[in-house]
Design a binder for this molecule. Sequence first.
Ligand SMILES: Cc1cc2nc3c(=O)[nH]c(=O)nc-3n(C[C@H](O)[C@H](O)[C@H](O)COP(=O)(O)O)c2cc1C
Length: 151
Amino acid sequence: MRRSAGGVSVITAGIGEDRTGATVTTAISFSVEPETMLVSINLSSSTWPAIRRYGHFCVNVLSNEQQAVADRFAGRGGTKGPARYLGSSWSRLVTGAGVLDDALASVDCEVEEVIERHSHALIFGAVRAVRLRDGAALAYGNGRYGTLNAL
Ligand SMILES: Cc1cc2nc3c(=O)[nH]c(=O)nc-3n(C[C@H](O)[C@H](O)[C@H](O)COP(=O)(O)O)c2cc1C
């Protein structure tokens, strides 16, 4: 699937010193009616227990200027928990999960259902709020970041 280039998002969960998050390519809009998101998270990642505990997550769709944010939330350089939020500006919408101020889209979700299967949890989120901004999306494919400028 590395041959399939796709958008990159940062999933956030938790509050204050208890917040963390992960870079993902698996966030999708599962259904429109009702508005529902779906993301696949590794059960061994630090983000899974935070989503479970807080019952929320926010999908922040990254722009092509946010590769450094993607690296931080992928844990590159050993960054953990709240330290992943440093260097960017954040706010909250409804659930309290971190909303990245310069993200192309932030979709704030309340956990609706979880399916644990193999190494991962499939997490369905009921959309509670959305914030949008214009810009070019960050893409990931073949193990590299790029941009899909024509779109
Ligand atoms: C481009 C990219 C996409 C990723 N997509 C996912 C994903 O969909 N699900 C997932 O669980 N981890 C994904 N990861 C890995 C997590 O970002 C990474 O394992 C996590 O942030 C670090 O785990 P930790 O929080 O336990 O330190 C991806 C990493 C990168 C660089």
